[in-house]
Write a protein that binds this ligand. Structure first.
Ligand code: SF4
Ligand code: SF4
Length: 281
């Protein structure tokens, strides 16, 4: 027998009850675990991988909140001090604090924050890898009279094929898509994946009035070259001319690996890049 929408589970890395940086207004944000990109500049690297219960993080927990039970790493949330040492230790870019939550359990948490919210955002990791969970969650929210005023947004790397977006259209208010690079070789180097599906997603969502925002990360001497600016500007003018474009400045403070050595983007340069993007073609 198939499960009811409320019974469908998602692998949840973290929930933030209030955020003003994950879409318009004040939003309840669910970060889902696992990603199909391996971005050199990932700001949530512990959401990329899937835990294999190796146990490496258990002895590193200073509060004894981690233990192995029947071969699986288990997290005692009530004594966790949120120091994040476990996610620094994990060799698989995962987290022992990941929880398998049902739609009903997420809704229970959402209900405590509702009076202060504009909407909810599913983020990650790459949220769309858990399409069934997102669909069930949004559908349940839209069916409940005390929740249906909340806008339901997806924060995505855009790798979901069009056939996947089609399954979300009826329950999703919009999607915010990261455009990492227009040059395919640069995109491949940055993320480990080609960009054709990302470009297709932007095109598809814009034509259906579901493209809430395109996000572009400005990384000095990597994504802010004149060739890349020209390509992004031309693509957006042709494909999504009225879509809001949000430019984020790269910071090396929360990244791992070689990206720690990359220069930070200065806030003074952002308006110049904005001007260049809107005039170049
Ligand atoms: S964040 Fe991780 S390492 Fe820190 S107390 Fe919680 S479970 Fe332990
Ligand atoms: S979170 Fe990482 S280190 Fe901890 S058990 Fe899972 S894979 Fe191993």
């Amino acid at each position: 027998m198939s499960k009811k929408p409320e019974e469908i589970t998602g692998s949840v890395s973290r929930i933030i009850p209030f955020s003003c940086v994950d879409g318009p207004g004040n939003r309840f944000v669910i970060f889902l675990q696992g990603c199909n990109f391996s971005c050199k500049n990932c700001h949530n690297p512990h959401t990329m991988g899937i835990c294999d219960h190796c146990g490496d993080c258990v002895p590193g927990c200073p509060s004894g909140a981690l233990f192995i039970d029947s071969g699986k790493v288990t997290w005692n949330q009530s004594i966790c001090e949120n120091c994040d040492q476990c996610i620094d230790i994990c060799p698989r870019s995962s987290s022992p604090m990941t929880q398998l939550l049902t739609v009903a359990e997420v809704i229970t948490q959402l209900e405590t924050a509702v009076p202060f919210l504009t909407g909810i955002t599913v983020s990650g990791g790459e949220s769309t890898m858990q399409l069934k969970f997102i669909r069930a969650l949004f559908k349940t929210i839209k069916q409940r009279s005390h929740l249906q005023h909340l806008t339901c947004l997806v924060d995505s790397n855009g790798y979901l094929p069009v056939s996947g977006w089609e399954k979300l259209l009826s329950v999703m208010d919009g999607a915010m898509i990261d455009l990492k690079a227009c040059n395919n070789d640069l995109h491949l180097w940055l993320t480990g994946r080609a960009n054709h599906r990302v470009l297709d997603s932007i095109d598809f969502l814009y034509k259906r009035q579901k493209l809430t925002e395109v996000r572009w990360l400005a990384i000095p001497e990597i994504t802010d070259t004149s060739e890349e600016l020209t390509a992004i500007s031309a693509f957006l003018k042709t494909t999504a001319p009225e879509a809001p474009l949000r430019i984020n400045a790269f910071s090396n403070s929360a990244v791992k690996g070689q990206a720690r050595q990359w220069q930070n983007m200065s806030s003074e340069r952002i308006p110049l890049l904005e001007a260049e993007l809107f005039t170049t073609s």
